[in-house]
Design a protein around this ligand. Sequence first.
Ligand code: NAD
Length: 446
Amino acid sequence: MNISVIGTGYVGLVVGACLAETGSDVVCADVMESKIEGLKRNVLPIYEPGLEDLVERNQADGRLSFTTDIAAAIASADVLFVAVGTPPDEDGSADLQHVLAVAREVGRHMTREMVIVTKSTVPVGTAGKVAAEIRKEAKFPFHMCSNPEFLKEGAAVDDFMKPDRVVLGVDSEFAREAMNEIYAPFVRTGNPIIFMDIASAEMTKYAANGMLATRISFMNEIANLCELVGANVDMVRRGIGSDSRIGPSFLFPGPGYGGSCFPKDVKALVRTAAEMGMELKVLDAVEDVNDAQKMRLSEKLRDALGDDLTGKHIAVWGLAFKPQTDDMRDAPSLTLIKDLLEAGATVCAHDPASMKEARHKLHDTIVYAETNYDALSNADALVVVTDWNEYRHPDFGRVKEMLKRPLIIDGRNLYDPGKMLDLGFSYYSIGRSVVEHPSLNRVEYA
Ligand code: NAD
């Protein structure tokens, strides 16, 4: 079976490399020439653990190839995965222009009966629109499949190779058989392939992301209340997470969710409901809570340093929206940095993977540090935004020595408050009591 993947981003590249790894012949196509030229030389456009090895090995073995020739990729495919971006439109709905552009190309260039698989996250009804677009010029029969992707950036290869489940919305036995064959190597340990109708598959992706975003916003609100009533959200999290009806995942409070999926998918689902004349009250609140949460780190800085941040210099550890990725789309670090700069502060930041992406997004508005320690020089505070492993056990003696003031605002609860007090820091975290060291003279900042 010849497989082509159109769109070689976070999802398309992982899908293509993992399918090649199980023996399929895969062509990955993208309109971005620089990306494809790099990939041909095994230079990856993104940071994703384990992916480089897969690309290099499968390309060397001749199972994986890269091209900008979209027409040729379509012409050679029995099964075509569409993994192009679906960014939010101005009104929050998913922008389908890239998906529909691919559909038009499919109609023009198909050379055989084929299965078109939507990997991109698209609203209910999109498969019908794609099919209508293909049908305008199609000379062969084709079958539609909605195959939402649940991989997590930072663990994408593992998630794809060992999925909890594979969701497949199909419209024919032909599509069902082809997809069953493709995914059989990935579910050998018994995790299910769940076949369903296309609308339900499209909806499943949004419902999953809506649910996960809800858990995050819920815990962030509980954390904020913990601060007011003197409870410790880490204890509360463990207390509720051990209930088998709730489970421990996605209960960590923080600086709000970001990334390429939750913000846009929550917005798109709210928009879909609005188009149907329905208000999604829970998800409306989830978004509001998240917007407010993204300001919590700045608020805590102001609590510690006073309202006027003019002239303050702030060290930031972590720019990516989560660890193990260089993705900064909608990252909480961007909200924090924007607010600090508008308030007249200066910023020096470090991230193990997303410095290139940060330069692209923030240009020379901040200073970029080579190492996490370099970021601390003469800073009035350290703000930890992303929970990279290498930030978990820093040399606190060195941290204290380099900071102008021993103040840490920890957006990920990486450190123990009691230990921080013993070490002589003032320490603000999420959903836990503030630890104020006498050496932080708040009056000085008033
Ligand atoms: P991305 O922006 O990283 O990649 C999209 C790629 O598509 C880009 O390389 C772009 O050049 C290419 N492209 C756009 N139009 C094209 C066209 N007409 N022909 C060929 N290539 C084209 O996006 P992504 O993060 O990989 O997301 C892709 C889709 O998968 C989105 O719908 C997203 O919501 C969904 N998704 C993403 C994740 C994730 O973690 N990133 C997880 C699950 C689902």
